[in-house]
Write a protein that binds this ligand. Structure first.
Ligand SMILES: Nc1nc2c(ncn2[C@@H]2O[C@H](COP(=O)(O)OP(=O)(O)OP(=O)(O)O)[C@@H](O)[C@H]2O)c(=O)[nH]1
Ligand SMILES: [Mg+2]
Length: 428
């Protein structure tokens, strides 16, 4: 049984019969305009625009470890003697301290903490459905526009279908493959109405998606799990770490964060604020210092103090690709020297609203470092849809986490069935 039948239950033949009498088209082209307007809701780096009215003081403010000395590139092969200074001992002007003004502006920009609760399966399903509403609408609008011209399944139909899929961000290769598969699909040849055609196409897309067979669960290792977060600027690395730290903390794990984005001014302060909100510890370094030194100290501390999870934030923007490559390589070496099987996860954050660009980013990062999974962020924004349906198929990397909003609890494990249901919620 394909994923489509598992999720939507009915066999296609039965549905085709039912559909002869029912009109299930809910969209017209005007939906596209609404969605385009709504796009502006989610803007990368738009930190100040999401101010909450009530900044929340974290109940617990864990110690911040500062790395005292940045080390030169050559230091990677030399024994490292880190000096750990408690944050209180640093002069006020040192970059490790969080100036009150910055701290305040950051706390205003991060949505309010809600009391930790264990979510029911229904609540998780509702969250998926709500978040994917915008994407589902724009996806649906495209398909309905295409199907409104439907007369018969002929060559012109397949050409138009291919164009529609490409416009929906499915990617040229997948669109061509899917169209070719459908050319040979007997059910499609027999389809007489728009609804039949729609169902067969959707069934094919869903079943292809369900065939990836990739392991989507996060890898957890005893005694210490190390997760490295990579991705271009603004995709949601730091936010995801903040949310994940909160989740692990609620599960009773001892969590340490490493602020290894020493490149962007303010990046450390942002992660410090997330650590305060979740009440977890953090290791920071001086601005522009060697991020590998932060990673080294964090790994040492995580081992010495029996932390369960270490989450490492990295820079999304560097002077050039070579620098990024060198930096990630060096971090990888430092981690492996202490823990040969780590990092256990190297997660690439991708913004679902950036379409095909996300695929190029994944390909570029794969060249720099082996990736174990994808965090697909901003699913609550408006994506064209195709990209999220085909991302695993194209990249052969599992989506492990999805970002469903900016709040502390807006992160879920990737769930294929809920995802597909959410994406096609208004089309079937
Ligand atoms: N709507 C929505 N916004 C998100 C989500 N994840 C992150 N954001 C927002 O995206 C913006 C950028 O997020 P960051 O976590 O700072 O991104 P980053 O990858 O760490 O960026 P750099 O540090 O510049 O490399 C912020 O405004 C976040 O609130 C999500 O799932 N949904
Ligand atoms: Mg960041």
């Amino acid at each position: 049984m394909g994923l489509f039948d598992k999720i939507f239950g009915k066999k296609i033949e039965e549905q085709i019969e039912d559909n002869q009498t029912a009109d299930i088209f809910k969209f017209d082209l005007s939906d596209l305009d609404t969605v385009a307007e709504a796009d502006s809701d989610v803007q990368a780096d738009d930190l100040v625009s999401v101010a909450t009215e009530t900044p929340v003081e974290a109940a617990q403010q864990p110690p911040i470890t500062a790395v005292s000395e940045p080390f030169a590139d050559a230091a990677i092969d030399m024994p490292i003697e880190p000096v750990v200074i408690p944050i209180e001992a640093l002069p006020e002007s040192a970059p490790e301290s969080v100036p009150e003004s910055i701290s305040e502006s950051i706390s205003e920009s991060i949505p309010e903490v809600t009391t930790p609760v264990v979510e029911t399966p229904q609540e998780i399903e509702d969250k998926y459905e709500k978040s994917l509403k915008k994407t589902s609408k724009s996806f649906g609008a495209r398909f309905n526009a295409f199907l409104s011209n439907f007369r018969s399944v002929d060559e012109a139909f397949f050409e138009e279908l291919e164009d529609t899929l490409i416009m929906s961000d499915v990617g040229v290769d997948v669109a061509t493959q899917l169209t070719d598969d459908l050319r040979h699909e007997v059910k499609l040849q027999n389809a007489k109405s728009k609804d039949d055609v729609k169902r067969v196409i959707i069934e094919k897309m869903v079943d292809n998606f369900g065939e990836s067979g990739l392991e989507t669960r996060l890898i957890i290792r005893e005694p210490l799990t190390v997760m490295l977060f990579v991705g271009v600027n603004g995709v949601g690395k730091t936010t995801t770490i903040g949310k994940l730290a909160n989740r692990f903390k609620n599960e009773g794990k001892k969590v340490l964060l490493a602020a290894a984005d020493t490149f962007r001014a303010g990046a450390t302060d942002q992660l410090v604020e997330w650590s305060r909100r979740s009440g977890v510890d953090i290791v920071v370094g001086k601005e522009k210092s060697d991020p590998a030194s932060v990673v080294f100290d964090a790994v040492k501390r995580a081992q010495a103090e029996q932390f369960d999870v270490l989450l490492i934030d990295t820079a999304g923007r560097l002077q050039n690709k070579d620098n990024l490559m060198k930096e990630l390589e060096k971090m990888g070496k430092i981690i492996k020297r202490e823990l040969p099987d780590a990092p256990h996860e190297t997660l690439l954050a991708l913004d679902a609203t950036t379409g095909q660009n996300a695929i190029s980013q994944a390909k570029e990062f794969s060249k720099v470092t082996p990736l174990t999974g994808i965090v697909l962020t901003k699913l609550d924004g408006s994506a064209k849809g195709g990209i999220i349906l085909t991302i695993q198929q194209i990249l052969k990397i599992p989506v492990k986490l999805v970002g469903l909003g900016e709040g502390l609890t807006d992160l879920e494990n990737f769930d294929e069935a809920l995802f597909v249901k959410g994406l096609f919620q208004d089309l079937l």
